[in-house]
Ligand binder design. Structure first.
Ligand code: GZL
Length: 330
């Protein structure tokens, strides 16, 4: 297998051997790697899709950061289909990129292609979402949020909002895409946190696929079959914003007749809080680009990196929205 000078350098550097001689003894043949001009690092990124404002901001952060870091980015959009992501990753392996990074659309079924990347000597970085592989040697690190904590933070607001009250609280839940780590864990974090209070009842729960359109469609159906909904828990802002349209078309006031808890923190959700239509937003930071490029450079140099890198994020309520909105970056 052709080993480029970059890769040889990384192996030697990791072994702590002198490298100047080695670099000088390159055989002078042209690297037949992914065409990184004059030894530029080449990163292959397989993105989930463009399903939400969060995802669009995540993509922009990665593209802008690669440009700023002088890293050549090969980018693919899988349109929320795992087979497309796997195909893209196989393409990066054939191109012999220096590093592969991706946001797994679902958390299962990745071992075969990750084993192919490992066999090709190409390090893999997980961003945003995790995989269920038990073999953690298949990826160098996972940088992203803790979705269980996000679900717990959503529940914390609800518990405070209804503290001391005894009437039953009917909750409907718009779940993210089936099988996606954020959908699984936001559901678990929220459900486990409210279980102690029997007044909290999730009377309907269905996927809105993280999109506005599907969120509106499912909320419309919820409203038709449940006349007394008190709270909507949406796994992301796009579904909450779609649901707001459905609630208003049903003649009800979002944020008042039906309280809304959402996750992500896109600008439109902050505006909806300013308008009194969303009550609380649990932040999920999509701006992973700068940290990802730092990780890529470290990995190529053969430096060790943390196995799990957690993104910092907060919780914003209606009273904080107006002040925070001008500085929101996505
Ligand atoms: C969360 C991310 C989720 C967002 C959605 O890290 O994977 O996917 O919450 C996006 O908006 O579609």
């Amino acid at each position: 297998m052709h080993v480029s000078r970059r890769k040889l350098f990384a192996v030697v550097a990791a072994a702590g051997l002198a490298t100047s001689g080695l670099a000088a003894c390159g055989d002078g043949t042209q690297d037949n790697d992914a065409g990184g001009a004059d030894d530029k690092i080449v990163l292959g990124f397989a993105q989930v899709g463009a399903e939400s404002g969060w995802r669009t901001a995540n993509t922009k952060s990665i593209q802008d950061s690669a440009r700023a870091a002088g890293i050549e980015l090969q980018f693919s959009d899988a349109q929320q289909k795992q087979e497309n992501q796997i195909k893209a990753i196989r393409g990066y392996i054939q191109q012999k990129v220096d590093v592969i990074a991706f946001s797994p659309v679902v958390n299962t079924g990745w071992d075969p292609v990750l084993k192919e990347a490992k066999a090709a000597g190409i390090p893999v970085i997980l961003t945003d979402r995790a995989v269920d592989s038990t073999d953690t040697s298949l990826y160098v690190t996972f940088i992203g949020s803790d979705f269980i904590v996000e679900g717990q933070r959503a529940a914390d607001w609800l518990i405070k909002e209804y503290e001391g009250k005894t009437e039953p609280v009917n909750i409907v839940e718009l779940q993210g895409s089936p099988g996606a780590a954020p959908a699984i864990d936001r559901k678990k974090g929220f459900g486990d946190a409210i279980a102690a209070n029997p007044n909290f009842k999730i009377i309907a729960s269905q996927t809105g696929e993280f999109t506005r359109a599907k969120g509106k469609e499912v909320m419309t159906a919820f409203l038709q079959s449940n006349p007394d909904i008190d709270v909507l828990y949406a796994h992301n802002d796009d579904m909450a914003l779609g649901a707001i349209q459905a609630i208003e078309e049903a003649g009800k006031k979002p944020g008042t007749d039906i309280k809304i808890i959402s996750i992500d923190g896109v600008k439109d959700a902050f505006q909806a809080m300013v308008d009194g239509k969303i009550n609380v937003v649990v932040e999920c930071n999509p701006l992973l680009g700068p940290q990802l490029m730092e990780l890529v450079q470290k990995v190529v140099k053969g430096e060790t990196v943390e196995k799990r890198i957690l993104t910092e994020e907060g919780v914003f309520t209606q009273d904080q929205a107006a002040a925070a909105l001008p500085s929101r970056q996505y």
